[in-house]
Design a protein around this ligand. Structure first.
Ligand code: PHE
Length: 441
């Protein structure tokens, strides 16, 4: 189960979202705030979810019920489910891009430069830019990913996919090491390393802090009820603290490695042009890195295959939260619940995808639909959900629950219990609230 939890954490959040956020939030200063958020807030919030899940032994609403929480607390579970569904809407779109790039690596189309006069860099920028702003092509890919999700969920073979991903994630790790090596040997790589690792503290603003917090929670799959569900399968003997530290540590490591692949390449080749969104960053920069390697297509196929599988495990586990909820709440058959969850996604993801192209003019508080959903779910719903979760675990949960879970009923001498409880009770709710408030003031 630890491997599955790591598998859930490591995904497009690390590979795609993290570099984009670092890029648009000024580099190393963001990185430091992000790392602090993971260590100080992420791990204790994760432990709270683990405790509820392993003690409540159910999905994110059922667990609260099983613990005898008053009805109002189920709302926390409900909020988490809503957040996960909103995240699914745009995550599916990016999963579609991944699939498209896998396909183009297989056919070799990705590396075909149309005319001699175009620089390679301009080629990759143009390719991604014109791809995501088209109405139809990205949509088709997104829908393919939804269909694959539907197929897997209907056939009930999630476990198989998960096992596949558990084998593939170590491979991803290894090939990232190879890419780091290539990237660091590019001309001008040093500036990228400096951008990524040498902080300019004057760049830290309330917005940067909120983005870092959101990224930390997104990447650790926190505040979505996922970890409550996962930990309900943990054995009684599992050491929760050690598990949380391992998951958070590996997740941070993958993000750091990804930064070391992307930023040296960015300073070496240049960015994707002013108007291009950070969201496109890795899809432009990575092919440029592959181009530097012999066996370009081999690396591209391998990488995008791993990324597609990582995206699939994530979308499936996010969808599963809603499926389980709909099935149990409304007493529907599993296949009906799958339909209720996934069919609306065809339209909702389409809106997200189109909002980068033809529907870009539709703005909600200044954001297009894609960015709006991303910002609201990631930067607001996950932190708010996490505050409520901490308040429940810290103050309202059955007495001794948290201690019992962290120490396995006294069996483990977990030195971490006291400081973690302190964070869950006071530090996390206050600090997260402060970040939210200071952003909106
Ligand atoms: N944490 C995953 C990532 O970094 C995203 C995810 C969220 C996966 C929720 C599962 C559940 O991509």
């Amino acid at each position: 189960m630890v491997a599955a939890t790591v598998g859930s954490a490591v995904g497009l959040g690390n590979i795609w979202r993290f570099p984009a956020e670092v890029q648009s939030n000024g580099g190393a200063a963001f990185l430091i705030v992000y790392l602090l958020c993971v260590i100080i807030l992420g791990i204790p919030v994760m432990l709270s979810e683990f405790a509820i899940g392993r003690a409540g032994r159910s999905d994110s609403v059922g667990a609260f019920k099983n613990l005898g929480a008053r009805k109002g607390w189920w709302f926390v579970g409900g909020l988490a489910i809503l957040a996960s569904y909103l995240i699914l809407c745009f995550y599916m779109v990016v999963a579609g891009w991944t699939f498209e790039y896998l396909w183009q690596s297989v056919t070799g189309g990705l590396f075909e430069v149309a005319s001699e006069n175009v620089s390679l860099h301009a080629h990759y920028v143009g390719r991604m830019d014109s791809f995501i702003t088209q109405p139809v092509a990205p949509l088709v890919n997104t829908w393919i990913m939804i269909l694959i999700n539907l197929g897997v969920l209907l056939a009930g073979v999630q476990k198989g996919i998960e096992r596949m991903s558990n084998v593939m994630m170590p491979v991803l790790f290894l090939i990232l090491l190879v890419f780091i090596f290539v990237s660091l040997s590019l001309p001008g790589a040093g500036d990228g390393v400096k951008f990524f690792l040498s902080p300019d503290f004057s760049k830290i603003t309330p917005g940067v802090v909120l983005n870092a917090l959101g990224q930390a929670f997104f990447s650790l799959s926190l505040g979505m009820g996922i970890l409550i569900t996962y930990s309900s399968y943990f054995p009684k003997s599992a050491n929760l603290t050690r598990t949380a530290v391992t998951v958070a540590g590996l997740d941070m490591l993958v993000a750091l490695m990804m930064g070391l692949v992307i930023f040296p390449a960015v300073t070496s080749f240049g960015l994707g042009g002013e108007e291009l969104r950070g969201a496109a960053l890795v899809f432009i920069t990575l092919p440029e890195v592959f181009e530097q390697m012999s066996l370009t297509r081999f690396w591209a196929i391998l990488f995008f295959l791993l990324l597609t599988v990582a995206a699939l495990t994530s979308t499936i586990s996010i969808a599963e939260v809603s499926v389980a909820f709909i099935r149990d709440r409304f007493h529907l058959k599993r296949w009906k619940a799958c339909m209720v969850v996934l069919v609306p996604l065809f339209a909702l993801s389409a809106l997200c995808s189109l909002s980068l192209g033809p529907l870009n003019d539709i703005r909600i508080v200044g954001f297009n639909i894609f960015d709006f959903l991303d910002n609201v779910a990631t930067n607001i719903m996950l932190p708010v959900g996490s505050i409520l979760l901490c308040i429940y675990v810290g103050w309202f949960a059955p007495k001794g629950l948290f201690r019992g879970q962290l120490t396995n009923d006294g069996g483990l001498r977990s030195a971490m219990y006291r400081p973690v409880l302190f964070v869950v009770r006071y530090v996390a709710p206050l600090l997260i609230a402060l970040v939210l408030v200071s952003y909106f003031l």
